[in-house]
Ligand binder design. Structure first.
Ligand code: PLP
Length: 419
């Protein structure tokens, strides 16, 4: 038996305390889309371990990729050395992202990727002599990670980082896009964005936001037309555009990258999470040649575990596995099943809105969910889920069966029907 007392007394878990920690459930195995708890109970994973585990757990191809790489080399420093997994993964990322994006920086987590992207944009501007620039423009309800630079562009009011506001650089926030994914376009939707750029572009290093889906800040979906208009305005005012695709990348929204819904490319893109199929931590920041060559001789960043060969190799195998599969059809099947199972929730009095896009389903309530209680009830139904605030949301591995999705959605319905 695992020493859960030690865990409770000594180990921090995400977004909780050591004085009064939330409950944790001991997992002994993860296979396919199922997590097995120590008591033998099996749970269908509706979270893909926070967007990452797109192929399911314990995948033979990804396991083999790690084993083979481990036998050659688990790690070497990337300063002054290089290796095949980094080169091959770099090639693959350049091939599958927009043709303008061809300069790759490997970092160790999503938050660090955001730091790197912000630093790239800033160093670019300073090297161009635009030293008056000291702000980023971003959206309310955004989430970009937990390090200081990333925190400074997360929602300052409803976000979880408000405790640090006195330490954070002050950036420019505008309302998150008000147009749903399929809302007919009207130029009014981009007005605040246009106004902010018109008035403050001389001070704006870059615009940074999550394209199409704002994730942990509110699970908001918005129109591809917004991206097109934002790209045009950034070009008009000579401001760099950064897309944070850490959550949306690698198929989650129905396109390989969310920006492809709009066919516009950013100057810098951040990738992470599903990059390694949920096997280990790795992120990539990819910029265009204009940014890379404008940065000067040295870009001042270099993590110890930069381009870790194990992570690069498993990422390469994960991308190949995804591209060899019929992933678009799978996402469409998941989307249809989520829609069918979640849309009826709108009938419950507690439910404000239901939205589904690709392999993401969201039930937004009027009031905050009692996370512990909801989670407990879902576990009784054999499902792993982690709601936050007033959002019950699911983003299962792409390998999930329709019957398993039906079980997830009917469990959500059951619990909402019996509050
Ligand atoms: C859009 C987005 N950016 C950045 C991050 C931070 O990534 P990490 O948790 O790997 O630091 C996340 C994580 O949830 C995210 O969803």
């Amino acid at each position: 038996m695992m020493d859960l007392n030690f865990d409770r007394d000594h180990l921090w878990h995400p977004y909780t305390s050591l004085s009064n920690p939330n409950p944790v459930y001991p997992v002994v195995e993860a296979n396919g889309v199922c997590l097995e708890l120590e008591n033998g109970q099996k749970l269908i994973d509706a979270m893909s371990s926070w967007w990452a585990c797109i192929h399911g757990y314990n995948h033979p191809v990804l396991n083999q990729a790690v084993i083979d790489q481990l036998q050659q080399m688990s790690h070497v420093m990337f300063g002054g050395l290089t290796h095949r997994p980094a080169i091959e993964l770099g090639k693959k990322l350049v091939e599958i992202t927009d043709k303008s994006l061809d300069c790759v920086f490997f970092a160790d987590s999503g938050s660090v990727a955001v730091e790197v992207a912000m630093k790239m944009a800033a160093q670019y501007c300073f090297e161009q002599g635009q030293t008056q620039k000291n702000k980023f423009l971003t959206f309310a309800k955004g989430y970009h990670g937990d390090t200081f630079g990333a925190m400074s562009v997360c929602d300052p009011i409803t976000g979880m980082h408000h405790k640090f506001s006195r330490l954070l650089n002050q950036h420019i926030f505008i309302d998150s896009p008000q147009c749903g994914f399929s809302t007919p376009w009207n130029d009014e939707y981009i007005k605040t964005f246009a106004q902010a750029l018109a008035e403050q572009h001389e001070h704006i290093i870059a615009v940074i936001f999550e394209p199409i889906v704002q994730g942990a800040g509110g699970m908001v979906f918005y129109s591809p037309e917004y991206l097109k208009a934002a790209r045009e305005l950034c070009d008009q005012y000579g401001v760099l555009l950064i897309f944070d695709e850490i959550a949306t990348g690698f198929g989650r929204t129905g396109k390989l990258f969310a920006y492809q819904h709009a066919n516009v490319a950013p100057d810098i893109i951040c990738l992470g999470k599903a990059l390694t199929g949920g096997y280990m931590t790795l992120s990539a920041v990819i910029c265009n040649r204009k940014v890379a060559s404008g940065i000067g001789t040295h870009f001042m960043h270099g993590p110890t575990y930069m381009a870790n060969p194990l992570a690069c190799q498993v990422a390469l195998s994960s991308i190949e596995l995804l591209l060899q599969s019929d992933w678009q059809a799978r996402i469409m099947t998941i989307e249809a099943a989520l829609r069918q199972g979640l849309v009826p929730c709108i009938e419950f009095e507690s439910v404000k809105e239901v939205r589904v896009l690709g392999a993401i389903g969201v039930v937004e309530l009027y009031k905050p969910v009692d996370v512990e209680q909801f989670q407990q009830k879902m576990i009784e139904q054999g499902v792993w889920i982690r709601p936050f605030n007033n959002l019950i949301y699911v983003m299962p591995p792409f390998t999930i069966e329709t019957t398993q999705i039906n079980h997830i959605t009917s469990s959500i319905q059951l619990i909402l029907a019996n509050p």
